[in-house]
Design a protein around this ligand. Structure first.
Ligand code: GSF
Length: 210
C-alpha cells in the first residue's frame, strides 16, 4: 500500500506511526496539499492528506478511517480495543487530539496570511479551542502512564493505544508550529507521555520534516 502525505502532517504522522507499530509495509509518496499542481485531488476529492492507496487502486481517507482499517487488517499490536466502552474512550481521545490539531492547523494557516488579512477574532477562537483541548487531554490522562493506563488496555500486554498515538502526534505538531506554547510546563503529565512515545522507533522515524 502507498501512503500519500506531507512530512509535516500530524494526521499523516498518526497513520505512519500506526503502520510502523503494526509492522505493515508501505511506500510513501510525499505531496504538499497546499502547493499548486499537487496530485492529492487525484486520490481524494477533498484535496487533503493523508490518503492511503490500496493494492487494488482504491483510496482511503481521512486518517481516522485509515487507522481503523489498518488496525483490522493486521493483528499485530492492536491499537483500538474491541470492548465498546473502552473503544469509545480511545476514539474519543483521538477525536479530542485531532480537534486540537485542527485548531492548531487553522491558527497556523491564518498566521501565514498577510498581517492585514488576518482575523484576530478567528485566531483567538482557535487558540481558545487549542488550550481547552490540551487541558481536556491532560485531564483524561491524569497520572496514568497511558490513556488506558493500567494494563487492561488492548489485551496484548502493551497499554499504548491509538489515544496515546494521536495525542503524541498533536503534541509533536505543537512543537513544530507553535514552539512558543509551553505545554510541557502547563501539563507535565503530557510531557511525560510524549517523552515515552519519543523513545519508540515509530515516533522517532516520523518526526516532522519541514
Ligand atoms: C484532516 C486532514 C487535513 O486537514 C484527517 O485526515 O484526519 N480530518 C482529516 N490535512 C491537511 C494537511 S495537514 O494540516 O495535516 C490538508 O491536507 N489540508 C489541505 C486542505 O486543502 O485543507
Amino acid at each position: 500500500m502507498k501512503l500519500i502525505t506531507s512530512l509535516t502532517s500530524p494526521y499523516g504522522r498518526k497513520v505512519r506511526v500506526v503502520l510502523l507499530e503494526k509492522k505493515i509495509p508501505f511506500q510513501i509518496r510525499v505531496e504538499n496539499p497546499w502547493l499548486p499542481g499537487n496530485a492529492v485531488t487525484d486520490f481524494n476529492p477533498l484535496g487533503k492528506v493523508p490518503v492511503l492507496v490500496l493494492e487494488d487502486g482504491s483510496s482511503v481517507f481521512d486518517s481516522r478511517v485509515i487507522v481503523e482499517y489498518l488496525d483490522h487488517v493486521s493483528p499485530v499490536a492492536h491499537l483500538i480495543p474491541n470492548e465498546p466502552k473502552i473503544r469509545m474512550m480511545v476514539r474519543g481521545v483521538e477525536a479530542l487530539a485531532d480537534g486540537v490539531t485542527d485548531a492548531a492547523v487553522a491558527a497556523y494557516l491564518e498566521r501565514k496570511r498577510e498581517a492585514d488579512k488576518q482575523s484576530g477574532d478567528w485566531l483567538t477562537l482557535q487558540e481558545k479551542t487549542l488550550f481547552r483541548g490540551l487541558e481536556a487531554l491532560a485531564e483524561a490522562l491524569g497520572e496514568k502512564p497511558w490513556f488506558l493506563g493500567n494494563g487492561s488496555g488492548n489485551g496484548n500486554g502493551n497499554s499504548m493505544t491509538l489515544a496515546d498515538v494521536a495525542c503524541g502526534c498533536t503534541l509533536g505538531y505543537l512543537d513544530l508550529r507553535f514552539p512558543e506554547i509551553d505545554w510541557r510546563t502547563a501539563h507535565p503529565n503530557l510531557a511525560k507521555l510524549f517523552e515515552k512515545l519519543m523513545t519508540r522507533t515509530s515516533f522517532q522515524e516520523t518526526v516532522p520534516v519541514v
